[in-house]
Design a protein around this ligand. Structure first.
Ligand code: ADP
Ligand code: MG
Length: 556
């Protein structure tokens, strides 16, 4: 039939979901699914992933099977769909037998547009799935399939056979975790090598990114709160005990606040969450247990009392502020003591290397000397060219110099090492280190061997970290954190793209050290003259009271 209806998916958007426009990438993703193609959708939390399978589920014949790891969130999603007049249900082990049977019946009769299933419950449905019309498979939180990810769920590995069993049915995998290794792992494990990958921007320009030294945190927080009275916010701490201590301190200073952590009963937790959602408790001091699935638009600030264990978590947590698009503040307190504690947590775990690499990247972000947003987005594989102007570094920038040559040297070393080596080895090669590993691999024959031997190791390391933070380099966390070149690196190498590097602290301090040295030399000179004069005047060298050693003592 010849139709003149312009955009059926826009109609569905409006009539069933009540929205006038798509969020970035939603339309492209939805069209890809409607074309019956496999899709990997990478969108930040709050980016609107659900709609990417919910709308096609309405547009296509049959039932969409949605695999979702969080039983608690399934009910919310299904309730929201039903409220929009869409027939949906969920199926998991927490339901009574009768309820399950009813759902299976509805499924068989083709009465459901969407069925949410916990991955563990999928085998129970296998038989029925073969006999009904399925519109699509959606795998939410798809990073759970990767053993390298932070939320590996063994039951997700069953999903590997889905494509084999249903080769003709389009599959969409959705996640907010975007590092390249995880992305590739998802495609491999789900055996959808030809899936089209959509990566939405992770940029949240309304969030002010601030990293501060972790001294006097309580005082800094109280000062901050004075200027942000009546605003809703979340403070994340590493331990249960510190949430309680800090909440007590804030209460004592007249703030309405509650501590939230996994040690509370589930009723207590639900209550606190509700108090926060309806604005009766504006400040929550929580462990990372708080916030998953919370969709509150007017959170005006998020503070990290301790450093998170990786950038993924940090990004998710700060992302809970400013969802309404209005300015929001985020503060990360950075202390080395936290790094040590987090290292201890990671040690001995099965994925220790991976976790430590991620932790190190988090630390590098906290120590960044260039635009924080560049560093944050670079981590997610997104490379912006302009500094953001909305972070602490952009606000009070360090001194920069033209670091293009250094950047080119580092990039060409990474290239000559075939993107196979981690930071330490790249630096060793550039510095021309005489160490056994370098020689074992024959790297001393490379053209870049010793290309930066004039730069001290630590400085070179800092410059390389700046290149990571500027998105010129990326770390492949999958295997011992080898360094990769980004498209930006290629511009630096081949198109003379200029790179600014921040002067290092040591360098900035150098003039000061020079001054002290000069002053000291002057002092020596004066004292020596004084000594000579004295000796001359009394004509008795025995009277010399200052030996050089005493002079040095005096100086200290
Ligand atoms: P994600 O799963 O990516 O974290 P959700 O699917 O939960 O995100 O959506 C986040 C919020 O965005 C929800 O409140 C949702 O209703 C809203 N949303 C989704 N699509 C649109 C749209 N096209 N226009 C406006 N709001 C939208
Ligand atoms: Mg979601």
């Amino acid at each position: 039939m010849e139709t003149t209806t312009q955009h059926p998916i826009f109609d569905l958007l409006k009539t069933h979901f009540g929205y006038d426009q798509f969020l970035p990438n939603q339309e492209e993703i939805i069209n890809n699914v409607l074309d019956q193609k496999d899709t990997i959708a990478i969108m930040p939390t709050g980016g609107g992933k659900s709609l990417c399978y919910q709308l096609p589920a309405l547009a296509l014949d049959g039932t969409a099977i949605v695999i979702s790891p969080l039983i608690a969130l399934m009910k919310d999603q299904v309730d929201a769909l039903k409220a929009n007049g869409i027939s949906a249900a969920f199926f998991n082990s927490s339901q009574p037998y009768e309820a399950q049977q009813q759902i299976l019946k509805n499924l068989q009769n083709g009465e459901l547009k969407l069925l949410y299933v916990a991955p563990e419950s999928l085998p129970q449905l296998n038989f029925i799935l073969n006999s009904i019309k399925i519109s699509l498979f959606a795998i939410d939180e798809a990073h759970c399939i990767s053993t390298w990810g932070h939320d590996f769920r063994p039951a997700y590995t069953q999903l590997k056979s889905l494509k084999e069993q249903f080769p003709k049915i389009p599959l969409i995998a959705l996640t907010a975790t975007a590092d390249r290794a995880t992305r590739e792992d998802i495609a491999n494990q789900l055996t959808i090598p030809n899936a089209k990958i959509f990566i939405a921007s992770f940029d949240r320009p309304n969030l002010y990114l601030d990293v501060r030294p972790g001294q006097n945190r309580n005082k800094q927080i109280l000062d901050f709160l004075k200027r942000h009275r009546d605003e809703n916010g979340i403070i994340y701490c590493l331990s249960r005990k510190s949430t309680e201590k800090l909440a007590a301190t804030l209460s004592a200073n007249g703030y309405r606040t509650e501590a939230y952590h996994a040690g509370l009963t589930s009723e207590e937790r639900t209550q606190i969450q509700e108090n926060f959602l309806n604005d009766s408790t504006p400040i929550i001091v929580a462990t990372i247990a708080f916030g998953m699935g919370i969709d509150k638009s007017n959170v005006r600030w998020v503070i990290h009392y301790n450093m998170p264990k990786n950038i993924d978590g940090y990004y998710q947590e700060i992302g809970r502020s400013g969802r309404d698009g209005s300015p929001a503040d985020t503060i990360l307190f950075y202390s080395f003591a936290d790094v040590i504690m987090l290292r201890k947590f990671a040690e001995g775990s099965e994925t220790e290397t991976y976790q430590l690499a991620k932790l190190e990247r988090m630390q590098q972000y906290a120590e960044a000397l260039s635009c924080r947003r560049k560093a944050l987005l670079g981590y997610f594989g997104e490379h912006i060219t302009e500094d953001c102007g909305n972070c602490d570094i952009c606000k009070t920038p360090p001194k920069y110099f033209d670091g293009t040559l250094i950047a080119q040297k580092v990039c060409s070393a990474v290239a000559r090492l075939q993107e196979q080596e981690a930071l330490g080895m790249v630096l060793d090669v550039l510095r021309g280190s005489q160490n056994a590993q370098v020689f074992d691999k024959g790297y001393q024959r490379l053209k870049t061997f010793g290309a930066a031997k004039d730069i001290p190791w630590r400085d070179l390391q800092q410059y390389a970290i700046q290149l990571l933070n500027q998105g010129v380099l990326q770390i492949y966390f999958h295997e011992n954190g080898r360094l990769l070149l980004t498209p930006l690196a290629k511009k630096v190498l081949f198109e003379e793209k200029k790179v600014r590097l921040a002067n290092l602290l040591q360098e900035k301090e150098q003039p000061a050290i020079e001054k002290v040295k000069r002053k000291r030399a002057e002092l020596f000179h004066k004292l020596r003259q004084l000594r000579l004069k004295l000796a001359q005047e009394i004509n008795k060298p025995a009277f010399v009271v200052f030996s050089d050693a005493t002079l040095e003592d005096m100086e200290h």
